[in-house]
Design a protein around this ligand. Structure first.
Ligand code: IMP
Ligand code: MG
Length: 174
């Protein structure tokens, strides 16, 4: 079996779980009643599953997927929806859950797209942010951790589809 340990651990499993528990309570405090949480696949699947289990009370869930077209190593800034939601958002309190905001282009696209769908409120919850990489101005309502401009893996995040299932966030040797 191939060794799956990244070169360096940036955020431990305990650090991540502690912060997610705090974020979950913060979200529930802000939205004590109706709450609809949408994860952006694939990266946010583990984050969503832990977050949802820490939010007390009823939460409904949905998933969407987007792809951003890469030209070489830098994103072209073009985002396309590849899986839309299964449920309508009319009148709901909606939270988009994203793994990481880098340039901000993906989240900016998602927020403007969903904003047209008649929800009562729209917020975003992001595990990691690399603030030094922004190309689009995005406001993050609930943020897990700010990190430096390094490629990170684990806890849903991949490097060419590797490392997603790790319970912590690390920096791979490249
Ligand atoms: P943005 O549109 O540049 O903000 O990019 C957001 C997307 O790029 C995220 O949803 C991730 O899929 C991916 N991404 C950005 N940085 C990383 C990283 O360090 N590791 C893994 N994926 C990343
Ligand atoms: Mg993502």
């Amino acid at each position: 079996m191939a060794e799956l340990r990244p070169a360096e651990i940036l955020l431990s499993e305990a650090q991540i779980q502690k912060r997610i528990a705090e974020m979950a309570l913060e979200i529930r405090r802000d939205f004590p009643d109706d709450l609809h949480v949408i994860a952006v696949l694939k990266g946010a699947f583990i984050f969503l599953s832990d977050l949802a289990r820490h939010i007390p009370g009823h939460v409904s869930l949905d998933f969407m997927a987007v792809s951003s077209y890469a030209k070489g190593t830098t994103s072209s800034g073009e985002v396309k929806m590849v899986k839309d939601l299964d449920t309508a958002l009319d009148g709901r309190n909606v939270i988009i859950v994203e793994d990481i905001v880098d340039t901000g282009v993906t989240l900016d696209y998602l927020m403007s797209l969903l904003a047209l769908r008649g929800m009562a409120s729209l917020k975003c919850c992001v595990l990691l942010s690399k603030p030094s990489c922004r190309k689009a101005e995005v406001h993050i309502d609930y943020l897990g951790f700010e990190i430096p401009d390094v490629w990170v893996v684990g806890y849903g995040l991949d490097d060419k589809e590797r490392y997603r299932a790790l319970p912590y966030i690390g920096i791979p040797s490249r």
